[in-house]
Design a protein around this ligand. Structure first.
Ligand SMILES: [Zn+2]
Length: 438
């Protein structure tokens, strides 16, 4: 993957396997892919699932060869590539070569720049020359001072220049240990050319030409000029935000297992198999779209998690457990926000996210028991399950936190204070030992 460009059919096959694994399908029996693959591959920070996009990963890995070619480190393979394919001419745009003549491996590396203009732009514009002796950098045409090539910064002077393709090292001479610029012009500068000249000299006089030092490439998107695959991978990602930042933090709450976060992600995207959603995807339902809990409304996401009178009473009980009474919003996102910013203000957002996710998880469990097994768990028993499960999951994450299940049920706000204190200590400990649970 880091040396060859993956053929399209290989990428398609691997993605198909990944999709089947995620949605539980097998070759002969396909399951509904509830969320489009582009969203699945979007980072968790933007509301996706953060699954690696193999094609992007492949491109980002191949991009490293672009950087390695010009990183200033001496290597026999680089000399061979420069001499054989570029006639010793060293360019940032390595696609400027006859692809028929090059080897399969090098063609794969180049091909990511030929594939799309945005990819090429990211790579070509991502590299900037750090000038040493100036023997590799074309004075007018490449980015080595400022953010653009000099021919774009000073177009009038470029027109007057004699050596339009000259190297930086050819535009001056060493005199008494110092560098002196010596440019050839077709004629003297006039009017607006003279205005342009002021900034021009100021810019090039800032550059430090160093004899005996190689010019090398600098990756402008990295922190220390070095190419980082993850960094390039993120740049290649779509920038669309799927879910807002506070929903992302709620979903990936560390106090619950990944299966609950995954459920919460589908809940926030409205991609759970409610009767409404199944019908939208062409599934024929024998019993119609009616809610199996109240036998009144249509079973869509907002009904089954918020407005169903049976479910609404569960939320009321859970809030009463925390000493709160409130009129809840009638959409899932609204309830989630109520927990984050209402209950979260009292007990902290992480704990409030945990309560919201586990309650939703059990509401869905309750609905499934009713729809598929026909049995109705008592509401009191369900609230007890929510209390017990949150207790065990939190205890499991925050080992060493002293509070009992009885404390948790009877006096949750005090227990929450102990949890927050322990959580702060745990975070501090993990930061110090550089050991994070992700
Ligand atoms: Zn209902």
């Amino acid at each position: 993957m880091s040396l060859f460009l993956m053929p399209n059919w290989v990428v398609a096959k691997l993605i198909s396997l990944q999709r089947s694994f995620l949605w539980g399908g097998v070759e002969l029996k396909r399951k509904i892919p509830w969320v489009k693959w582009e969203y699945v591959c979007t980072s968790k920070r933007k509301g996706g699932l953060g699954v690696a996009d193999l094609r992007r990963k492949n491109w980002a890995l191949l991009g490293k060869w672009w950087y390695r070619l010009g990183d200033g480190v001496v290597g026999l393979w680089k000399q061979v590539v420069w001499e054989k394919y570029y006639g010793g001419r060293k360019e940032v745009d390595i696609t400027a070569v006859d692809t028929v003549q090059v080897s399969r491996i090098w063609r794969d590396v180049i091909s990511i720049g030929l594939r799309s203009s945005s990819l090429k732009k990211m790579l070509v514009n991502g590299f900037k020359w750090e000038v040493g002796d100036g023997s590799r950098v074309r004075f007018w045409r490449e980015v080595w001072i400022g953010e653009k090539p000099l021919r774009e910064l000073c177009p009038r002077l470029f027109e007057l220049a004699v050596k339009k393709d000259g190297l930086v090292s050819e535009m001056g001479v060493w005199e008494e240990g110092g560098w002196r610029w010596n440019l050839d012009w077709r004629r003297g500068r006039l009017g607006r050319e003279q205005d342009e000249e002021l900034g021009f000299w100021e810019s090039i006089n800032r550059a430090q030409i160093k004899a005996g030092t190689d010019d090398c490439w600098h990756w402008v998107h990295g922190t220390d000029g070095k190419y980082v695959v993850k960094n390039a991978y993120d740049l290649l990602a779509s920038t669309d935000l799927i879910l807002s930042d506070h929903f992302c933090k709620l979903i990936w709450c560390k106090l619950v297992p990944d299966k609950v976060s995954f459920f919460g992600w589908r809940l926030c995207l409205d991609r759970l198999p409610t009767k409404w959603n199944l019908q939208k995807r062409g599934v024929v339902l024998e019993g119609g779209l009616g809610c199996g809990l109240c036998n009144e409304g249509i079973e869509d996401g907002n009904h089954v998690f918020c407005t169903c009178p049976e479910v609404w009473l569960i939320w009321v009980r859970v809030l009463a457990w925390w000493g709160m009474a409130s009129v809840l919003p009638n959409i899932v996102g609204g309830v989630a926000e109520f927990f984050l910013f209402g209950l979260g203000r009292v007990i902290g957002k992480e704990l409030a996210s945990c309560i919201f996710l586990v309650t939703s998880w059990y509401v869905w469990f309750w609905r499934n028991c009713r729809v598929f097994k026909g049995n109705m768990i008592r509401r009191d028993d369900l609230v007890e399950m929510i209390q017990a499960k949150t207790f065990f999951w939190i205890k499991n994450y925050l080992q060493g936190c002293v509070f009992s299940l009885v404390d948790w049920k009877i006096n949750p706000v005090e227990a929450a204070a102990a949890i927050r204190k322990n959580n702060t200590m745990l975070k501090e400990y993990r930061r110090n030992t550089n050991c994070r649970k992700d």
